[in-house]
Design a protein around this ligand. Structure first.
Ligand code: SIN
Length: 357
């Protein structure tokens, strides 16, 4: 009798354990923090049809989150208002504050990822800066909108939903800083704003996007080969200022005025956005040679959106002691040069960095 009872008790517990294993446990959603900085995603206009001439950076982070209740299906979301500016007013000082906050948040075990809402005009610059200085493999996603929050068919809410879903996804870990707009996922290094007003403005024209967002999940199609985040040598923990690095844009007849102005303004580095393969006019070359003799680091970039600037191609970079920007746009070459100057002024070392990042 006792033996039968024991067998029944064992059978009961075995059944209970099986049932427990098969009952789906309520999943604990990952915690994503949204750092809001302003931009059109937080913009408002007087009319719902106004998509230009609105006021950027007026809606606060709590309202942005409240406008997308669906966020609660993919993440436990909290928000912080870091800045409230249009991104044309973003500066390296803002980048440093933002980077330190991202790094602090990502050291926390309870934070799975960070989303940064940002104006689209300089979004790609902030994204690349963070890609070089964030010290975590956890996802960091920048997102904006081309239409203000008050517009019919505003793109901000869906962009924000996708960005949070991406930041919450384990598949997004280790992929560097990403930009998520219009259902696409792009790498910070490669992405650029290609259209002044269109919704599908963010593209990685030469190298392609990383993937798509589909039904609140990322689908990735390529991985990165350039070093980023945890694999870089840059550390902004105790850095409160970046070196003065400027860009001189070449055009027919531009001469040397812009280069001389940068030198006079105390630039420690100059990115020359040359024509074609970074070609230099006679005047520009003379001005850059003089700048280099003063110790200013010169990077030859191109105003052309595709292709690398070839070392010792259109200028004798070895002899002139110039660096080439590879295929980085002038605005991204400026960021890498400013960070490189936190480590060294040796041009061979800086050229190595332009090959690595
Ligand atoms: C901005 O960059 O802050 C304004 C434009 C935009 O967000 O689309």
């Amino acid at each position: 009798m006792t033996r039968r009872l024991n067998a029944l008790v064992v059978a009961f517990f075995a059944l209970a354990l099986t049932a427990a294993a098969e009952t789906p446990q309520p999943a604990r959603l990952p915690h994503v923090t949204i750092l809001a900085t302003g931009g059109t995603i937080a913009g408002t206009a007087a009319a719902s049809t106004a998509t230009v001439g609105y006021k950027a950076a007026t809606v606060g982070v709590a309202e942005l989150i409240a406008a997308v209740p669906e966020l609660a299906t993919v993440a436990h979301v909290t928000g912080e208002q870091v800045f409230q500016i249009a991104s044309e007013n973003m500066t390296p000082a803002h980048w440093l504050i933002l980077a330190r906050r991202v790094n602090e948040l990502l050291t926390r075990d309870d934070v799975a990822g960070v989303v940064i809402t940002h104006g689209t005009d300089t979004l790609e610059e902030t994204a690349y800066f963070l890609d070089l200085v964030v010290k975590s493999a956890k996802p960091v996603v920048l997102v904006g909108a081309m239409r203000p929050s008050t517009a019919i068919s505003a793109d901000g809410p869906m962009n924000l939903f996708n960005a949070v879903a991406l930041a919450a996804s384990p598949d997004a870990v280790g992929r560097g800083v990403m930009v998520c707009m219009n259902d696409r996922i792009d790498a910070a290094r490669d992405v650029t704003k290609t259209d002044t007003t269109a919704l599908d403005t963010f593209r990685s024209p030469e190298l392609g996007m990383l993937g798509f967002m589909q039904r609140g999940r990322p689908a990735f199609y390529r991985t990165l080969t350039r070093a980023h985040t945890t694999a870089t040598e840059f550390d902004v923990k105790d850095l409160h200022e970046l070196q003065n690095v400027g860009i001189a844009l070449a055009y027919a007849g531009s001469g040397r005025v812009a280069i001389d102005a940068l030198v006079a303004a105390g630039a420690k580095g100059i990115v020359n956005a040359g024509v074609g393969d970074g070609s230099l006019s006679v005047e520009a070359k003379a001005a850059l040679v003089e700048a280099r003799k003063r110790g200013i680091v010169v990077v030859r970039a191109s105003r052309i959106p595709g292709g690398p600037v070839v070392r010792d191609g259109e200028a004798d970079d070895d002899a002139l002691d110039f660096v080439v920007a590879d295929n980085l746009s002038p605005q991204k070459a400026r960021i890498l040069l400013a960070l490189a100057l936190t480590r060294t002024t040796d041009t061979r070392e800086i050229q190595r960095m332009f090959r690595r990042y």
